[in-house]
Design a protein around this ligand. Structure first.
Ligand SMILES: [Zn+2]
Ligand SMILES: [Zn+2]
Length: 339
């Protein structure tokens, strides 16, 4: 089979390798679509704090089940069934695994990040990680359940309730999926970005309030939207300046959730956090519960994934796909690989 390996920052190579052997507790999936995530772009640029090359990326993907290991509960899966995979491999033994927060497992390994992922024709994964899907879901949408689960989990971490005002900093794929998840929870969502083009996507998706922070003063705009300010701010950029900004604009007694991946330490105004009784929360990945919710939201037509799919490349053109994203940053949302 063919796989696409990031051999060093900026350079992919296609390799012919043996099809994986299916272990007794595993399910073999013929990969159909794999999304390219901001994380993959970071590692392509050699800037991700926890990923090193060489690596076969790919942690958001869909496909069909082609083989089922002997010790897998046979009633749970069937051959030719559509599926996606929760890409977190966890120890099951550490404290957080024991209490169900395995997304922050002490020994967390993510497919495509710390071990080879799905930029390849076949991948064999533990059956517990396989999410079987109904036939009606497109492979493209199925490959985006992972980033949608990220948004759903963040909304959970941010304790978003009906009627809350939510501010999302960053009108990228994660920000826009998170915004949709917050709306499903009944929140009133405002998106902030510095790019008019990215904000117009938010408007297309039906997000009511947008703020272009390169042109408008955020606090003035927030005051026009909500007389009591914002209940939860989600930072989805992962840049020191926007992290700082999210704390500076936070209302007294509100929450700030850091969703974006930051590759450096950031000096924070702890005086503001203390004086305003802010809750500063970290956020990482998701658990199966969030994946199931993602699946249901798509089934119920409550999440629009399709309008975020910018372009699909063949796996063999993976290098061009990454270069395309670099070139058209402002207008590119999700780029997928067809395997
Ligand atoms: Zn991702
Ligand atoms: Zn663990």
């Amino acid at each position: 089979m063919i796989q696409a390996k990031l051999v060093q920052s900026g350079r992919f190579e296609l390799e012919e390798v043996a099809k994986p052997q299916v272990r007794a507790n595993e399910v073999l999936i013929r990969v159909k679509n794999a999304g390219i995530c901001g994380t993959d772009i970071h590692s392509f640029n050699g800037k991700h704090p926890f990923i090193s090359t060489p690596i076969v990326p790919g942690h958001e993907f869909s496909g069909v089940i082609v083989e089922i290991g002997q010790e897998v509960p046979q009633e749970m899966f069937s051959i030719d069934q559509k599926a996606t995979v929760e890409p977190s491999l966890v120890c099951g033994k550490c404290y957080n695994c024991q209490i169900g927060r395995y997304n922050i497992c002490d020994h967390l390994i993510v497919l495509g990040c710390q071990t080879d992922g799905a930029f390849k024709e076949f991948i064999s994964v533990p059956w517990q990680k396989v999410v079987p899907l109904d036939d009606f879901m497109s492979f493209e949408d199925a490959a985006m359940l992972e980033p949608l689960a990220v948004g759903i989990h963040a909304v959970e971490i941010g304790k978003v309730n009906r009627g809350d005002h939510v501010l999302v900093i960053g009108s990228g794929v994660i920000g826009l999926l998170l915004a949709q998840a917050a709306e499903v929870r009944g929140a009133i969502v405002t998106i902030v970005d510095i790019s008019e083009k990215r904000l117009s996507k938010a408007i297309d998706l039906g997000i009511k309030n947008v703020i272009n922070s390169s042109k408008e003063d955020i606090l003035t705009s927030i005051n026009m939207i909500s007389k009591n300010g914002i209940d939860t701010i989600f930072e989805c950029v992962g840049h020191p300046s926007t992290i700082l900004q999210s704390i500076e604009i936070a209302r007294k007694g509100s929450r700030v959730v850091i969703v974006g991946v930051v590759n450096e330490g950031v000096m924070l105004p702890v005086n503001l956090i203390q004086d305003r009784e802010l809750e500063l929360l970290g956020d990482l990945m998701y658990t199966k519960k969030d994946f199931d919710k993602a699946k249901n939201l798509v089934a119920e037509g409550k999440a629009n994934l399709k309008d975020l799919q910018t372009k699909t490349f063949d796996l063999k053109d993976v290098q061009s796909a990454f270069e395309f994203i670099e070139q058209y940053k402002d207008t590119t949302f999700k780029v997928l690989l067809r395997v």
